[in-house]
Design a protein around this ligand. Structure first.
Ligand SMILES: [Zn+2]
Length: 87
């Protein structure tokens, strides 16, 4: 049960504890390992899975940007984020 103040903060920040999970899945494309991680402010809205190299697989040669996926498995494209940022 959330306190009235917590609910007020949620409303002010647009945080909805019911529809947005606080944890996202980080998946490494190299070794396939997955782990749960706290949602980051820079993650696009609707992100549930982030594919990015883990600590072990990331190296100097891995210039791969993280890719973001929605709950239905579709990729959230970088261009969409920029569109959203402009509007
Ligand atoms: Zn890995």
């Amino acid at each position: 049960m959330r306190s009235p103040i917590e609910i007020m903060i949620d409303q002010a920040t647009g945080h909805d504890p019911k529809s947005k999970p606080d944890l996202i899945t980080l998946r490494c494309p190299e070794c396939g390992r997955e782990k749960k991680a706290a949602r980051h402010d820079s993650d696009p809205p609707g992100t549930v899975v982030v594919v990015a190299h883990c600590d072990q697989c990331s190296g100097e040669d891995n210039g791969v940007y993280p890719t973001y996926f929605r709950e239905d498995g579709t990729q959230i494209l970088e261009e969409e984020n920029h569109e959203n940022a402009r509007s």
